[in-house]
Design a protein around this ligand. Structure first.
Ligand code: SF4
Length: 698
């Protein structure tokens, strides 16, 4: 029997490394096709793939993919044509806007969208609907690090220097980031650094696979990272390990930090954080004495009510030691989502326009309006954050919602409250590849294309813009997100503003809209990315290079200096008490991505972790008479979930850990805390007081 072969070059969708790969499809007439995956040497991944990448094709080829639009009538979905779907949407949105004003329709995007789709979504909100209410799931991912970067450096870019410099670094702090399971193909950079003599400090309440390589593991109590960073800085200052000339010439505001941090008692920091005073000293000395050093943070530090200030406290440490703007020195916010970096740069955030321009800045509004060909006065103002949008949905201030590439009923904290709000909507539309938990609640579901079919750019965690191929034909009538929006805009009488027939056309407009902004893509073209394999932003000049290492000579504040912040620490967001005596934190597993909508539809990835679990220390489990592998109810003041116990000495005795990849009764967010960080509106996902009970006896 003759075999036919086709191959598709693309990028793994499952994290911010964006590893390149080739999917080789072999078809034989009498059998189902077989697939072979090859990593392609490029960019950050250097040809490596992890288990998620190797199996990423499985969900894209799943028989559960949505093939046609679905309209719910009398509680049941029926397939309809795109024509009917677009007409229904245009009618319902128009009626609601007429009755309640443009802000009664909201948009909820995602950090997995390509730059092109994210850009069109932001433009669609402001130009086609005229609503201020647009935000996205990246609010839960990057907002604390992003706002901290803006306040400290004047600019937010995930990594301030290329990953290749990690191997030249003498001391690396990995704070609240489990790279070995979340971005596995990056691990060789860190193991190579260690081989070169680097000391690695991991800050995490669990002994993760990443923590196993640490020279110093600070097993911090959840929610106290800010205090720990202050403790580290105190030791660095006391032991005269600061860089006075860097502080004097390149920063502002050190005096305030100095007086606050000097007033702290290290013993009190140790008591609050649960980290031994000597270990704090050892870690501070290792970082302070190293000639080069980098600090990375991720959600473990950021998803707290003080996440913004916690990141700023770690940035204080970077600035105080002068470890930025030179080889082997810098800061990195380790993004989780596939386009966590690019997805936040081009307008799907409530307060931003393309290129990180600010929607409330008159000059920024005027510039973007000129690119879009609209009157700046017609652009709506700033909206609210993702969870605050859910509160407006609950209050019925938002009556219709379009959700794109996101699963908010699972990913928001306080999930029961969010579900109740979504049930109150007059009209819910969800664009997705699958019937996610949110799509099941929708009135209308739109079938979206997958990564194999959807060409576009994504910006990796280094700020490097990559071009993803998308040559495989889409199944059924699945469509690109940007195309759905352009066609809906035409039904709303705004089609002239969305004249796109290819992703590249959108990118050409995005380049112009971002020109002169903080995230300047003007010098980047598809052709350039193809030729160079990826281009770092800011890249203002089509003939000039991108910017691999940031802040070499000056920072992005008007005075050219980086700003220290007096980062006052307090107690965690929710304290344990007699009724709820344990701290629950959450996070990821190696084989799953976000709410699991895609990875739970990959047979191989699902088989690796079939159901949700609760990691618990054996001594804690004994106190609650819980054995290994038992079903347990974990309850907070907001709600509860049922998960299977997994006993491990890797976790602190006062803490339990529940991953975030399941919905329904297994959803950790039934119990998480919607307390928001005042600076960036990040919810306090990572510290919930809980009680636990085995269901064995039930
Ligand atoms: Fe690469 Fe991340 Fe995909 Fe793994 S999940 S293959 S590290 S992009």
């Amino acid at each position: 029997m003759q075999a036919m072969q086709a191959s598709f070059d693309t990028q793994c969708p499952f994290c911010s490394v964006q590893c390149k790969m080739r999917v080789i499809e072999e078809k034989q007439t009498d059998r189902r096709p077989t697939y072979r995956i090859e990593g392609l040497p490029n960019a950050a991944s250097e040809g490596r793939l992890c288990v998620k990448g190797i199996n990423a094709y499985q969900h894209a080829l799943s028989r559960e993919r949505l093939l046609k639009p679905l309209l719910k009538t009398d509680g049941a979905f029926r397939e309809i044509s795109w024509d009917e779907a677009l007409n229904v949407m245009a009618d319902r949105f128009s009626v609601i806007r007429t009755e309640s004003g443009p802000d009664a329709v909201g948009l909820y995007g995602g950090g997995s969208l390509t730059n092109e789709s994210a850009y069109v979504l932001g433009k669609f909100a402001r130009v086609a609907l005229g609503t201020r209410y647009i935000d996205y799931n990246g609010r839960f991912c990057m907002s604390a690090a992003a706002s901290a970067g803006v306040k400290t450096f004047g600019l937010d870019r995930g990594l301030t220097n290329p990953l290749t410099e990690v191997t030249q670094t003498e001391c690396i702090v990995l704070a609240g980031t489990n790279i070995a399971e979340c971005q596995p193909t990056l691990m060789p950079y860190f193991t190579k650094a260690k081989e070169n003599g680097a000391r690695i400090i991991v800050i995490d309440p669990r002994t993760t696979k990443t923590a196993e390589m640490a020279d110093i593991h600070l097993k911090v109590k959840p929610g106290t990272d800010l205090a720990l960073a202050n403790g580290l800085l105190k030791v660095v200052i006391e032991e005269k390990l600061t860089n006075p000339s860097f502080i004097a010439t390149r920063t502002s505001g050190f005096e305030n930090v100095l007086s606050y941090v000097s007033s702290l008692e290290l013993a009190e920091v140790a008591a609050l954080t649960g980290v031994d005073e000597d270990d704090i000293r050892r870690a501070a000395r290792a970082f302070g004495k190293a000639a080069t050093g980098m600090i990375f943070t991720a959600r473990g530090v950021e998803q707290h009510r003080d996440g913004h200030m916690a990141v700023r406290a770690f940035l204080n440490l970077v600035l105080a030691t002068g470890k930025i703007g030179k080889p082997g020195c810098g800061y990195g916010a380790v993004t989780g989502q596939g386009n966590g970096q690019g997805g936040r740069e081009h307008g799907q955030k409530a307060d931003q326009l393309p290129g990180y321009r600010l929607i409330e800045n008159p000059a920024d509004r005027a510039y973007v309006a000129s690119v879009w060909g609209v009157d700046p006065a017609e652009l709506p103002g700033k909206g609210v954050s993702a969870y605050e949008m859910m509160e407006l949905v609950h209050k019925r201030d938002i009556r219709a919602l379009l959700v794109m590439s996101s699963n908010p009923v699972v990913s928001n904290p306080n999930a029961d409250f969010v579900a109740e709000g979504l049930r109150r909507l007059d009209f819910l539309v969800v664009a997705d590849m699958f019937l996610s938990e949110t799509a099941l609640m929708a009135d209308l579901v739109l079938p979206a294309t997958a990564f194999l079919e959807n060409e576009g750019t994504l910006t990796n965690l280094e700020g490097r813009v990559l071009l993803r191929g998308g040559d495989r034909p889409a199944p059924g009538e699945a469509r690109h997100d940007w195309r759905m929006l352009a066609e809906l805009a035409a039904r709303l009488g705004k089609g002239a503003y969305f004249p796109y027939s290819t992703a590249e056309q959108i990118f050409e407009e995005l380049r112009l809209a971002s020109k002169g902004g903080a995230a300047d893509y003007y010098g980047i073209t598809y052709e350039r990315i193809r030729n160079e394999g990826g281009v770092y932003w800011p890249c203002p000049d089509p003939e000039g290079p991108g910017t691999a290492r940031m802040f070499e000579r000056k920072f992005a504040h008007p005075d050219g200096k980086a700003a220290f912040a007096k980062a006052v620490h307090g107690a965690p967001g929710e304290a344990e008490d007699e009724a709820y005596p344990l701290v629950m934190t959450n996070g990821r597993m190696l084989s799953h991505y976000l709410t699991g909508v895609q990875t739970r539809r990959s047979p191989t990835l699902l088989a690796k972790e079939l159901e949700n679990v609760m990691e618990i220390h054996p001594r804690t489990a004994e106190r609650y008479r819980i054995g290994d592998g038992e079903l347990v109810r974990v309850a907070s003041r907001r709600g509860s979930m049922i998960v299977r116990s997994r006993l491990t000495t890797d976790i602190r005795e006062d803490t339990v850990f529940v991953p975030m990849h399941w919905g329904g009764v297994q959803n950790v967010n039934n119990a998480t805390n919607p307390l928001l960080d005042p600076f960036c509106k990040m919810p306090d996902f990572k510290t919930s007081a809980v009680r636990i009970r085995t269901l064995n006896a039930a």
